[in-house]
Design a protein. Structure first.
Length: 273
C-alpha cells in the first residue's frame, strides 16, 4: 500500500512539474491530503531516486534540462484528465482482459500547454503561431483561451480569436513557435454564446432500416419514442455528430452504414459548421 502511494505521489510530482512547469509542496499536500513534512519527504525521496530530474526554485520544483519521465506516460490526455477531475490516471497496471486501440498521439509542445494553462488560470490572452491545412505557413494569432476540449481523436482549445473576431476551436498540436503571455483577456467564457448554449441533438434510426434493425439500435441506447436525444454545448455539436458518424451533407447509400439520421437539423443548423 505504501509503495502504491509513493508511486502515485511520484507520478503526480512528475506530471505537474512537466506539464505545468513547476510543482509546489502545497499542491502535493492538497492532492493527497498530507502534511507539509510528508510532502517534503516525498520530494526528498523522489530526488534521491532521480537526482537529475528536478531543480528546487522559489516557485517549487521545476523540470531540469535533463528531465526524464519515470512515472508519467508523457501523453497530454493523462495530464488533462487530472486537470479536469483532479484524479490521477494511473496506467501502471493494465488488465490482459481489457484492450484499447493504439491511436497515434499528436505531437504537442509542452511549452504551449504550460502557457495555455497559465493563460486560462490568470485569464490572460496569448500571442501564438498557428498552422492549418488552409494556412500551412505560420500564422500569428492573438488568442484568449478558456477551455480544453477532447473531440475523441485530438485535443482542441477553445477561446476567442482576434484574427477571426469570434470564438473558435484551435487544434493544440498545430500551435508552433514560442508563445507569449500577454495582458488580461476581455473575452471570458461567459461571453461565448455557443459554449453557454445547450442544445438537443435528436437522432433516430435510418428510416431505410427494417423494423428489426431499428430495434437493435434502439436496444443499444434505450431509445425514448424511437429517438436518441443528446444534449450538448452548441459549440460541440459538430464533434458529437462526427463521433456518431453522421454526415449531415449527404446520406450514405447503405442504411446499415448510415444507421442514424439527424431529425432536428433545421433547429440546430446555426451551430453547425
Amino acid at each position: 500500500m505504501a509503495k502504491d502511494l509513493s508511486y502515485k505521489r511520484f507520478l503526480f510530482i512528475e506530471m505537474l512539474a512537466w506539464w505545468q512547469g513547476c510543482i509546489s509542496n502545497k499542491q502535493l499536500m492538497q492532492q493527497f491530503g498530507i502534511s507539509r513534512q510528508q510532502a517534503y519527504n516525498d520530494f526528498k525521496q523522489y530526488l534521491l531516486q532521480h537526482p537529475l530530474n528536478l531543480l528546487k526554485t522559489d516557485q517549487g520544483y521545476c523540470p531540469a534540462q535533463t528531465f526524464t519521465p519515470h512515472y508519467i506516460s508523457g501523453e497530454l490526455g493523462q495530464y488533462l484528465h487530472w486537470y479536469e477531475t483532479h484524479t490521477i490516471l494511473d496506467n501502471s497496471y493494465q488488465s490482459p482482459q481489457v484492450a484499447h486501440l493504439s491511436i497515434p498521439d499528436r505531437i504537442v509542445s509542452v511549452q504551449i500547454i504550460r502557457l495555455l494553462v497559465a493563460a486560462m488560470e490568470q485569464q490572460k490572452r496569448i500571442d501564438v503561431q498557428y498552422v492549418s491545412l488552409s494556412h500551412p505557413e505560420n500564422d500569428g494569432r492573438i488568442f484568449h483561451p478558456h477551455t480544453f476540449v477532447n473531440t475523441g481523436l485530438r485535443w482542441h482549445v477553445r477561446g476567442y480569436c482576434e484574427k477571426s473576431q469570434a470564438y473558435r476551436d484551435l487544434v493544440i498540436s498545430r500551435f508552433k513557435g514560442e508563445p507569449e503571455l500577454l495582458d488580461s483577456s476581455t473575452y471570458p467564457v461567459t461571453q461565448d454564446d455557443a459554449w453557454q448554449t445547450i442544445i438537443p441533438i435528436i437522432l433516430q434510426p435510418d428510416y431505410r432500416l427494417t423494423d428489426e434493425q431499428k430495434w437493435v439500435l434502439g436496444n443499444d441506447f434505450c431509445l425514448t419514442d424511437g429517438k436518441l436525444i443528446i444534449n450538448t454545448r452548441a459549440a460541440l455539436a459538430n464533434y458529437v455528430l462526427r463521433e456518431m458518424q453522421i454526415n449531415i451533407k449527404m446520406l450514405d447509400g447503405t442504411p446499415e452504414a448510415q444507421q442514424w439520421v439527424l431529425v432536428n437539423q433545421d433547429d440546430i443548423k446555426q451551430w453547425l459548421f
